[in-house]
Design a protein around this ligand. Sequence first.
Ligand SMILES: [Fe+2]
Length: 309
Amino acid sequence: MTDEYCREPWDAAALTARKSHQMAFPEGIASEIQEWIERQPDVVDDEVEQGDVVGMKELSQLARRVRTELTEGTGVARVQSPGDVDDLFLRRYYLAFGVLLGNPLGNYGRLYDVKDRGGDYTKTAIPISQTRAATGLHTDSSALDVLPDLVGLICIRPARSGGASRISCALRAHQRLAEENSESLSVLQQPHLRDIVTPGADRSQRLRNQFPVFGDQSGRGVTCRYMRFWIEKGYESAGVEPPDGLTTSLDALDGYLEEEGAVADFRLQRGEMLWVDNCTTLHDRTGYEDDPDAPRLLLRQWVKYVGSE
Ligand SMILES: [Fe+2]
């Protein structure tokens, strides 16, 4: 496989130094969203289309800047909060944004509530996004045929404590493995079983649900699909012995992803958006404690680039 990178690998300092990945909220967008709400007071989230939102010039311009940063820059974009607006405004702003970036996926409903539903992902097959556990660095979706190009999050309410976002560059980890541990890298380039929690999977899909941690998705050069728990669980559920060296290789990968200076961390404030390229950036959040009267709520979107299906 190719070892070409579609972007410069980054560490936390390089990401912070790249000012263009953090954007202010242009004031003009507020009236565009407000006007849309007045024009269409009720919308079905999954039915919002380009045609509903293309007239929003300022928002379209911001979406173009975000998209450029995601495709040609670091693969990470953060947009500051619009300030004092209500939840309806934030939902519509975020919905419009997803449509302007590409085709939002509807596997979990277009806007998916990331909140603690009291479950334990280690005991039942549920996404970690439905718990308040720390997740570990990962990319989204463990199903072979469901691969969002972009993962977005908007913060509706931060947690009382904890719940910080952490992100790390998969290409940097790949580079470090290539430099120091090519044996582990080659294990990670082989297909591995993944457990499936994305709704709608049957048994035969489960058995063919395997793909490498480092591959070359859509001819983009090095890409990454990784969540350690679902790999280990995938072998366990299938009753298949994991290949030699798998645990050592996953340890090596985790070591490089978590290496000093590799992880950028920050806490999303209400109204703040984060978008990442799901094939080159891994994300994580720390465990958190809720205020029972105002529990943490983030809305997630999965987006495919137009033409990449
Ligand atoms: Fe995730």
